[in-house]
Design a protein around this ligand. Sequence first.
Ligand SMILES: Nc1ncnc2c1ncn2[C@@H]1O[C@H](COP(=O)(O)OP(=O)(O)OP(=O)(O)O)[C@@H](O)[C@H]1O
Ligand SMILES: [Mg+2]
Length: 272
Amino acid sequence: MSEALKPTLHPAAVSAKVMAITSGKGGVGKTFVAANLAAALTRRGQRVLVLDADLGLANLDVVLNLHPKVTLHDVFTGKATVDQAIVKAPGGFSVLLAGSGMVEYSRLTPEVRDEFVRVLKGLLPRFDVVLLDTGAGISDVVLFAISLAGEVLIVATPEPTSLTDAYAAIKVLSMQQKRRHVRMIINQTVRPGDGRAITGQLQQVLDRFVSTDTGRPVRLIHLGDIPADPSVRDAVMRRQLLSLNNPNSPAALAIAQLANKIDETVLTPNGS
Ligand SMILES: Nc1ncnc2c1ncn2[C@@H]1O[C@H](COP(=O)(O)OP(=O)(O)OP(=O)(O)O)[C@@H](O)[C@H]1O
Ligand SMILES: [Mg+2]
């Protein structure tokens, strides 16, 4: 990776209200969490924007059954304004979809990075929280999207492959982006307490094997668990939001709890 493209925290864009939802392994539930967390935070009175930071591959449009005519791609190519590209999702929150043309930007040039930052900065005053639905792994695009966020939420499942990939991603975030903490969401758990135990085990491995400049290891904050729940797949198949259509299902209730916690500990920690 060239020096110019090395992901670093972008001081101009970073804000606690920009949260990247990411994972080591793909298919663990990032988009499901992003969409339903957005609905739950909206219900709590937050103004929420979800941005497809996977450059068209997040499938937010599929999950939310949205068919926008204008996308971020049109904004980048000067064909539309960002306001024209923002759509309202069924949960009442706003969504900015990348559009299939954005995949062309999977090679990040400094111009594309600047444009991304410009768009994001322009949106910040209008929202209380911006969720970035990123791709999985540690590609340039993923690390760049995460570098814009003040908070990182890592989604992992209890599967060993998901955990080793989460470990690898956290290691990179700690060493390259100097993250002091990341927040963990363990999705598709089977027993209560699984997620906390898994987060504890991951922390132990990080403490042993990942040293940082400061000598202080990255701290994992366990945000919560979402149980494996057949109603999630049903909602995805019907292209409906679980939090809206089945709010009392175990997974929707868990997401509502996550939203409470994020609201209380990250967005309004002093109750302001
Ligand atoms: N708590 C859960 N219980 C049952 N199934 C789940 C749960 N969470 C996610 N799933 C299943 O996992 C599938 C993949 O979820 P999703 O598309 O959100 O993953 P992703 O991490 O965004 O994938 P990608 O890396 O491809 O972007 C969902 O369609 C759903 O069927
Ligand atoms: Mg996704």
